[in-house]
Design a protein around this ligand. Sequence first.
Ligand code: PMP
Length: 449
Amino acid sequence: MALEKFRKEDTLAMRKKLIGQSCRLFYSDDPVKIVRARGQYLFDENGMRYLDCISNVHHVGHCHPSITQAATAQMDLLNTNARFLHDNIVLYADRLAATLPEKLCVFYFVNSGSEANDLALRLAQQYTQHEDVIVLDHAYHGHLMSLIDISPYKFRKLAGQKEWVHVAPLPDTYRGIYKENHPNPAQAYADTVKDVIDEVHRKGRKISAFFAESLPSVGGQIILPQGYSTKVAEYVRSAGAVFVADEVQTGFGRVGSHFWAFQLQGEDFCPDIVTMGKPMGNGHPLACVATTVEIAGAFTANGVEYFNTFGGNPVSCAIGLAVLDVIEKEDLRGNAMRVGAHLKDLLSKLQTRHQIIGDVRGVGLFVGLELVTDTEKRTPATDAASRVVKRLKEEERICVSTDGPWENVVKFKPPMCFSMEDAELVVQSIDRILTDMKTNDLKLENEDI
Ligand code: PMP
């Protein structure tokens, strides 16, 4: 079977003509055309193999045979909607419940992270009868209008901040207002949320929710200081609001040691609402909101039915169940822990030899490499980061990308089957490229400053 219908340049021309240009391509100067994939590898139209370090959606590996089998078997049998009684939706909800603290035991199935966050917003507002929302600086929670409004990463470039949205500082201990040398960054950053709440109250307004990713991704692969969420939850709840943990990027064992990244904060912390998406269906559009009986009860009590045409259909749930099975059977959390630790260790060793590496951080297979042009001032090396990304693709056929407000954090969120050898290859390649840049083009950038 021919995998390619058009030559690459023809596909590109058609895409330019037919697809909205705000849907950008990776490597827009010279996009890659991928025609098939397996595990952590992508193959282009010439059969060239690319190592995928960023597809956190294809969680258990691209085109995993168990997922394909579960999907096709259920498609062959039945696909309806969640208004018909069916086992898959309850089986799946039950399996998800087993991964979560007991109080998060009611589920709504949707089709994307954005839908999940939009519903979380509705649930929070309905339950609290308050309107306002606190979010972290640089956050991204989705592409629906309600979520653009609560995503500083987007609204700063668009219509601006709505009066019901309030922004708390990103608890980034590398370049935020409280750094790693602060005696208690968790408390200090949590107190900034308290300050925001007090300010909102002074204006006569009321908070419905505090929304945060359990590890802020777009914010630059940030690891929240230990104890931050517990303290924030205390402040938020005493204001009559709820804590929403966005696990769209970080859930399903990516951090290795725990199934959910919010669990890194310790057993005394439990959000009121958890949203999930990306890895859930291994590429199939499947997302979810988990919440408490009380919050779900308030949503039911408004008398308005919640119906989602595709959410929770038997095929989606069969896929979701298969993803959970593969995570367990292949010990992907164990793999994330071992390979992630090795990757971080190798990158930290690299840091001792390359001044441009300002910080290496991460848990499991959620890792960031922050590049700076000045170690003291921590000046973002945005241009260098984009050159590393480009050269990794062109010279090594390794796909990585950048995150963070200055796009200077090289991020790693590969499929969970990423191997030790993959980690070693990536680090060797970065080492070679940084060494080459040091002797050639980096000098230019330093002289410019
Ligand atoms: N929340 C976070 C943290 C995300 O990263 C994203 C997508 N990048 C979303 C929500 C929105 O998910 P989707 O694109 O599936 O609507």
